[in-house]
Design a protein. Structure first.
Length: 236
């Protein structure tokens, strides 16, 4: 394992690993570390008390964060006719049908970060499941990415819509902004995501739902959050 750099060690020294911080204190601490040569992403990890092996305990959804995530995603829309123009006018980076599907299949083209499709195009998109699925790019009606309202879907993605999904270990990982954001904006983004995950609690989940929460920058140490300090009751 590589030896942590000087900046990381200094940032880690400022974090008490035995302490649970409030969101506000954690974000202030996160921003107090030394600057890097790039604007680091701020990530959140949420350990849930669910067993994702059971379909009725899968936690998945999407939310538009109040202050975005600090970057504009490249969006591919599968649509035709009037919906194709609607998507282009809304700011989609790539719009098409069979032509783009063929480019993905034959050339391995993946120069996009979100995929939206109208329902009538899912026959085309479905053939790309083995490529898009493992990368978390497959459109899904539950996430608002299979829709006839492509203009609104594109605008939401451009505004910083974040998709979250519990992994096999029962953990949700998501980006909630950039280190350059004001601490309060990071607090509000984190609070919005945590609220959405809370509302997505499966009825079959027993015991403590949000077991552990931590935030970190791309190059920084994790800072543990006290679930009890959040506005909503976490431990029930």
């Amino acid at each position: 394992m590589p030896t942590p750099g000087k900046r990381y060690r200094k940032a880690a020294e400022a974090v008490d690993p035995s302490r649970l911080y409030t969101l506000a204190d954690a974000m202030s601490l996160l921003k107090s570390g030394g600057a890097t040569k790039f604007d680091e992403s701020v990530d959140i990890a949420i350990v849930l008390g669910v067993d994702p092996r059971h379909a009725d305990q899968m936690v998945r959804g999407a939310i538009v964060l109040p202050h975005g995530i600090g970057k504009s995603a490249r969006i591919l829309v599968f649509a035709k006719g009037a919906k194709e123009k609607e998507a282009k006018d809304a700011g989609a980076d790539f719009v098409g049908g069979e032509d783009l599907a063929k480019k993905i299949q034959d050339e391995g083209w993946l120069d996009f970060e979100r995929v939206i499709a109208t329902p009538d195009m899912m026959g085309v998109v479905g053939r790309l499941g083995k490529v898009l699925g493992p990368r978390g790019l497959m459109p899904n009606p539950k996430l608002g990415t299979v829709t006839m309202d492509v203009a609104n879907a594109v605008r939401e993605q451009k505004a910083g819509k974040v998709e979250y999904r519990v992994d096999k270990a029962g953990i949700i990982h998501a980006v909630i902004g950039k280190r350059s954001f004001d601490a309060q904006k990071l607090v509000e983004n984190a609070g919005a995501l945590l609220g959405a995950v809370l509302r997505a609690r499966p009825a079959s989940a027993k015991g403590v739902y949000m077991k552990k929460i931590s935030v970190s920058t791309t190059m920084g140490p994790g800072i543990r959050i006290d679930p009890g300090s959040l506005p909503e009751a976490q431990a029930a």
